[in-house]
Design a protein around this ligand. Structure first.
Ligand SMILES: [Zn+2]
Length: 273
């Protein structure tokens, strides 16, 4: 039979995790009044963070380690801080951010930092990669019995904020785009805020942009049908050319444009470390 100390070492993690203030009862009594212990709210925040599904590579992205490299990035940082304040006041519910910029300037870092801060403040949020979302929509057609779409809507309806990373990264069929429109529309109608990131700028924000370098092949709606080449795609097309007009208008109606410019954020940080 193991003695008490053996049990203690076997379950060391459990004993160490005990809250010294409430012995894990989750309640503390002060002046005869019971209130929730701090560990209860911390645990809830941990659950909300786990639910958010932030990918491991972005887990460390916070506002305090987003280091602006130029005036545009500083401006973007103060803007998202203002957004968080108005979100807390209930003024930004159902509104969103469209964080644009070339590859590697820290768009996802900034968006994840906003998501994380809101989660820490008690809101429920979720990270969603655009390509994965499109794949889920496709799967819901292939396997209609699995209720993938229902699950997706139920998951979203628990959120006050959703991060949709890499908007426009792929161009699915019109049918899939219509489903995507329904999902984004659902979010805005339910007063769920959406934080979009995209590599695609617009005409005005593209440095040196005057006219398309070459007219891409377009479908009946005037959208380019070919994929732009490589990661430098931000200079190949605008966001308006990458997603249907109806979706673009809905996003522009509900979101504030935050444009990030600068040298490659990931490469720079790698060089420093
Ligand atoms: Zn406690």
């Amino acid at each position: 039979m193991p003695d008490r100390d053996d049990y203690r070492s076997l379950f060391a993690e459990y004993f160490d995790a005990r809250c010294p203030d409430c012995q894990n009862s989750r309640w503390v009594v002060e002046n005869g009044v019971a209130r929730r212990c701090h560990c209860f709210t911390e645990e809830l925040a941990e659950h909300r963070l786990a639910f958010a599904g932030i990918p491991p590579s972005y887990q460390r992205c916070r506002l305090d380690n987003f280091i602006p490299q130029n005036a545009k990035q500083r401006e973007a940082l103060s803007f998202v801080e203002m957004f968080i304040t108005s979100f807390q006041r209930g003024e930004a519910l159902g509104r969103g951010l469209l964080i644009r910029g070339p590859v590697g300037v820290g768009k996802t870092h900034l968006a994840v930092a906003v998501l994380r801060r809101l989660i820490e403040q008690g809101f429920t949020g979720r990270f969603q990669n655009f390509l994965h979302l499109i794949e889920q929509i496709r799967q819901s057609f292939d396997d209609s019995g699995a209720d993938i779409e229902g699950k997706l809507f139920r998951r979203l309806s628990r959120c006050q904020v959703v991060l949709l990373d890499e908007l426009g990264a792929t161009r699915p069929t019109e049918f899939v785009f219509n489903k995507l429109y329904d999902i984004i529309n659902f979010c805005f109608d339910q007063r769920i805020s959406v934080l979009f990131t995209t590599n695609y700028l617009d005409h005005a924000a593209r440095p040196g942009w005057s006219a398309p370098a070459a007219s891409p092949a377009a479908d009946s709606e005037g959208r380019p049908t070919t994929e732009p080449a490589g990661p430098g795609s931000a200079t190949a097309y605008t966001l308006a050319e990458r997603i249907p007009q109806r979706l673009y208008s809905r996003i522009m109606e509900r979101c504030t444009d935050v444009v990030l410019q600068g040298s490659d954020y990931r490469l720079r940080h790698k060089a420093k470390s």
